[in-house]
Design a protein around this ligand. Structure first.
Ligand code: NG6
Ligand code: CA
Length: 506
C-alpha cells in the first residue's frame, strides 16, 4: 500500500514537471510576420477579392482569425515599417518619410525594437526581404563596398538578408549580413540619388532597352531591363534578377526556419510583392487575369504557401504564431506601365474603402491582417480596432518581458486582441498620410485634420484625403468615408480633434 502511495506521488510529480516544461516551452512559441508591400484590403480572396484566388494566404485565415479593422500606421512604407519595428509613431521622428536607397539607418539601436525584444527573450531572430529603413551611419549612409552598418544586425536581428530599399530603387543588390552579396571587390558599386554615376544607360536616354517602361519617374539607371529611381554603376556580379527575387527570398526564409527548427525563432519576412516593378517569375507571368499586378499576388500566395508548407513539414505549425499583413494600402500605376489599371476588370484593390496608398482615407492604412496559432487564436473574424503600432508591446509581453513604462509609449500590449480574446481593441489609433496629414479613429468615428496638400495624387490617380476643412466620418455606417459630418456633429469633431492634439503633445 505504502509502495503504491510513493509510486503515485512520483507519478504526480513527473506529470506536473513534464507539464511545466511544456508550458515553459509554449511561451517560446515561434513568431513569423509576413509583411507584404502595397497589398490592399480587397486584394486577396479571404477579403473578398474575386478576380484573383489566394488559397495559401486564405489558409491562415481559415485556421485563424481575420481582422476587418486592422491598420498600418502610415499610408507609405518607411514610416509604417519604422512604427512596426519600434512601436513609436513615425510622425514623432523627423526623416522617417519614404527613404531613398542610400539613407542612413533610421532606427536608434538604443531603443527597444521587435528584434531586440525577441533576442532578449532567447529567440533566434531573422529579417529577410525588403528593409527600406536606411543603413549605415548618420551623415555617411551605407558603404556598399565595405561593412554596411549599423543595420538590422545592430538592432538585434541575428540573420539579415535584405533588399536595402525598394526594388524600384538602386542599388539593385541583396545585402547579406553586413555586406553586399556576391560583390566582386574589383567592380565596386557607386550609388547616387542626385547625379548620374558611371555610364550605364538610363530609361530616359535609352527607352529601347527597357522590358518595362516607366509611367512617371523611374527613368534613371537601367538594371535587368527595368529603369529605377536613382543612379548606380558597378557591382555587376551582385545585381539581382527581378524574376528571381521571390524565389531567392522565399528560399532564404525556408532555410532560416529549417536552421532554427529546434530553437524558438522570430522571422520578419518582408516580401517585395506586390510593390512595383512587378516583374514576376515565369511560373506566374500571365497566370492571373489582371496582368503583372495580379500575377504578383499569385507569386505572393506561392511564397506564403512555401512558408506554411515548411512549418507543416517540420511539425512546427502548432507552435508557430503567424501574422500576414501589409505595410500600406493598394496602388495601381505606381510608376511603371504594367497594365494594372487596364486589367482590373472590376477588381477593387481597396475593397469598400476610399483612397489607397498615400491617402488619409482608410484605403491608405486599413489593411488585411490575419493571424493563426492553432489552439490559441480564437478562430473567425474580429472587428476589433487594431494597429501595427502595438506589435512591439504585444510581443514583449508575449515573450514574458513586458516593456517598462508602457503607458508612456505609443505601443500598447494588445496580445489579447491579436489572439481574439478581446474583441473591442484599441480606444484610438492614429494614421499618417503621405503629406503627413494625421487622422484619428476612435470607436465608430474618424477625424481627418485639415490640410492644404493636394486632393488627388494625379500620377497614381488616388484621392489623398486632404481638405482645408476638417473631416469627420462615421466609419461604421459609412466605411467608404463619403459623408463628412463635421458640420452636423461639432461635438464629436471637437472631441476627436482634442484627443488627436493630446496624443500629438505626448
Ligand atoms: C514613391 C515612388 C513610388 C514608390 C514609393 C515608395 C515616384 C513618383 N513614386 O516616391 O513608385 O517607390 O515612393 O513606395 O517616384 S513604398 O511602398 O516603399 O512607400
Ligand atoms: Ca509599401
Amino acid at each position: 500500500m505504502r509502495h503504491f502511495f510513493y509510486l503515485s506521488v512520483f507519478y504526480i510529480f513527473t506529470f506536473l514537471s513534464f507539464n511545466l516544461n511544456v508550458a515553459a516551452q509554449q511561451t517560446k512559441t515561434n513568431v513569423v510576420i509576413i509583411y507584404t508591400d502595397d497589398l490592399g484590403y480587397g486584394d486577396i480572396s479571404c477579403y473578398n477579392a474575386k478576380n484573383v484566388h489566394t488559397p495559401n494566404i486564405d489558409r491562415i485565415a481559415s485556421n485563424g482569425l481575420l481582422f476587418t479593422n486592422a491598420h498600418a500606421t502610415s499610408a507609405t512604407c518607411t514610416p509604417s515599417r519604422y512604427s512596426l519595428l519600434t512601436g513609436q509613431y513615425a510622425w514623432r521622428k523627423k526623416g522617417t518619410g519614404i527613404a531613398p536607397g542610400d539613407a542612413a539607418l533610421l532606427i536608434n539601436p538604443n531603443r527597444p525594437n521587435l528584434a531586440s525584444v525577441f533576442k532578449q527573450a532567447g529567440y533566434e531572430t531573422g529579417v529577410i526581404g525588403k528593409w527600406h529603413l536606411g543603413l549605415g551611419e548618420q551623415g555617411t549612409g551605407p558603404n556598399w563596398n565595405g561593412e554596411i552598418k549599423p543595420g538590422p544586425i545592430e538592432l538585434g536581428f541575428n540573420t539579415s538578408f535584405i533588399l536595402p530599399a525598394t526594388v524600384d530603387r538602386v542599388p539593385c543588390v541583396y545585402v547579406d549580413g553586413h555586406r553586399v552579396a556576391n560583390l566582386d571587390p574589383a567592380d565596386p558599386i557607386q550609388v547616387n540619388y542626385k547625379n548620374p554615376v558611371g555610364n550605364w544607360p538610363t530609361g530616359a536616354n535609352h527607352p529601347e532597352l527597357l522590358k518595362l517602361k516607366p509611367s512617371h519617374q523611374h527613368d534613371q539607371t537601367i538594371v535587368n531591363g527595368v529603369s529605377r529611381i536613382g543612379y548606380m554603376t558597378g557591382g555587376k556580379s551582385a545585381l539581382w534578377v527581378d524574376e528571381e527575387i521571390s524565389t531567392v527570398i522565399t528560399n532564404k526564409a525556408v532555410k532560416f526556419i529549417e536552421t532554427n527548427k529546434s530553437k524558438p525563432f522570430f522571422l520578419y519576412f518582408a516580401t517585395h510583392n506586390i510593390h512595383v516593378p512587378r516583374v514576376v517569375n515565369k511560373r506566374f507571368a500571365g497566370k492571373s487575369t489582371m496582368g503583372p499586378r495580379g500575377d504578383a499576388i499569385l507569386e505572393l500566395d506561392w511564397t506564403t504557401g512555401e512558408v506554411l508548407k515548411t512549418l507543416d513539414r517540420l511539425k512546427l505549425t502548432d507552435n508557430t504564431l503567424i501574422i500576414f499583413t501589409s505595410d500600406n494600402g493598394p496602388v495601381l500605376d505606381d510608376g511603371y506601365q504594367d497594365q494594372a489599371v487596364q486589367k482590373l476588370n472590376g477588381h477593387k484593390p481597396a475593397g469598400p474603402l476610399r483612397g489607397g496608398k498615400y491617402s488619409a482615407f482608410d484605403g491608405g492604412t486599413r489593411i488585411p491582417l490575419i493571424i493563426s496559432w492553432p489552439g490559441h487564436v480564437t478562430k473567425g473574424v474580429s472587428n476589433a480596432l487594431l494597429s501595427q503600432i502595438d506589435f512591439l508591446a504585444s510581443f514583449a509581453a508575449f515573450t514574458g518581458n513586458p516593456l517598462q513604462n508602457d503607458s508612456e509609449l505609443d505601443s500598447k500590449n494588445a496580445i489579447d486582441v491579436l489572439l481574439g480574446k478581446n474583441t473591442t481593441g484599441r480606444e484610438h489609433i492614429i494614421e499618417q498620410a503621405l503629406n503627413n496629414t494625421l487622422s484619428i479613429i476612435a470607436g465608430d468615428w474618424k477625424y481627418i485634420e485639415p490640410g492644404n496638400g493636394p486632393r488627388i495624387n494625379k500620377e497614381v490617380n488616388i484621392e489623398l484625403g486632404n481638405d482645408p476643412k476638417p473631416q469627420l466620418y462615421n466609419i461604421k455606417n459609412d466605411i467608404g468615408e463619403k459623408h463628412n459630418l463635421a458640420d452636423s456633429n461639432p461635438e464629436k469633431l471637437n472631441e476627436l480633434k482634442s484627443l488627436l492634439q493630446n496624443i500629438k503633445n505626448q
